[in-house]
Ligand binder design. Structure first.
Ligand code: SF4
Length: 140
């Protein structure tokens, strides 16, 4: 369950800064969707909440049915998703573990990575591309 506190740091995978903005109710399970909605509602209620940008399981992954496989450091899934996070961090010239207000994080994403090339780099293999507003609104 998401802890609702405006000042409490929330761990977010870097590539989830894209996914949060593309979410329109689809997901891996009902629990995953409910948790995703809760994370988004929390950030809407506390737009400056500090985010710790990570490349591992985060506040969204906790309700994912693939969490165990994704948490296994050497699994293909784990490496693939971690690569997406590291790409976003690299493109933002930020270190893993950086802490930044959510509104500032989204501003940086939207000003610097809001183009089809960067999005294709990060989202190219995602199975949700045709359900994701972030991707669909920017694909070539
Ligand atoms: S296409 Fe996939 S990885 Fe990219 S923002 Fe959408 S849900 Fe996230």
């Amino acid at each position: 369950m998401l802890e609702n506190s405006e000042s409490k740091r929330l761990r977010i995978r870097a590539h989830h800064l894209f996914c949060i903005q593309g979410f329109q109710g689809y997901g891996y399970s009902l629990a995953f969707v409910a948790n995703m909605r809760a994370v988004i509602a929390d950030l809407e209620a506390s737009p400056s909440r500090p985010l710790e940008l990570v490349s591992e399981c985060d506040a969204i992954c906790v309700s994912c049915p693939s969490k165990r496989e994704c948490s296994a450091q050497e699994s293909v899934l784990s490496r693939t998703i971690r690569h997406m996070d590291l790409l976003v961090l690299d493109k933002l010239e930020m270190e893993e573990g950086s802490v930044i207000g959510a509104n500032e994080a989204f501003r940086l994403i939207n000003e610097n990575l809001n183009n089809a090339s960067d999005i294709e780099d990060v989202c190219g293999n995602c199975k949700w591309r045709q359900k994701c507003l972030w991707y669909m609104q920017r694909e070539k």
